[in-house]
Design a protein around this ligand. Structure first.
Ligand code: ZN
Length: 164
């Protein structure tokens, strides 16, 4: 496994549409393993292949101790809405609130090309939608409702912990 370079906003590749994966070979497995290692090292909750310069519909996500490898994912159900703060490894030090569905169901392929389904709710739904947007060249900045000063983030997180 190897760490890959994370592309930053301004790099044109981040605005391109990724293509579907058609071969589930060692090359794909290496890409996924490298992406996971790169995400953990960053650290981040999710990473799309385009962020390491590969225009394929692949994302890795790790949230609530669950690890997902999403290939050619499609949202097949969504309900409700939820506004929360997002960040992105390609947009360092930029944070803002984004509106996403509260709950989604996704159909995708695993690294062996087998069809799988996943459900995500709350912040996990934010992560899934955020990574799927990357596959279509969309950055979360395009959807930000209110920009959040990084210095205020900790205070906000404390506040939302107390609200629970
Ligand atoms: Zn991102």
């Amino acid at each position: 496994m190897a760490l890959r370079t994370i592309r930053k906003e301004g790099d044109e590749i981040l605005r391109k549409k990724s293509r579907e994966v058609t071969s589930f070979d060692d090359r794909l497995h290496t890409l996924i393993d490298d992406m996971y290692e790169t995400m953990v090292a960053a650290p981040g909750l999710g990473l799309a292949a385009v962020q390491v310069g590969v225009l394929r519909r692949v994302a890795v996500i790790e949230i609530d101790d669950k690890k997902y490898e999403l290939i050619n994912p499609v949202i097949i159900q969504s309900e409700g809405e939820d506004i929360d703060v997002e960040g992105c490894l390609s947009l360092p030090d930029y944070y803002g609130t984004v509106k996403r569905p509260m709950k989604i169901k996704v159909r995708y392929l695993d690294r062996y090309g087998k069809e799988q389904y996943a459900e995500a709710e709350g912040y996990a739904a934010h992560c899934f939608c955020h990574e799927l947007d990357h596959m279509d060249g969309i950055l979360f900045r395009d959807k930000v409702i209110e920009e959040i000063d990084p210095a205020d983030l900790e205070e906000r997180e404390k506040q939302s912990e107390e609200d629970k």
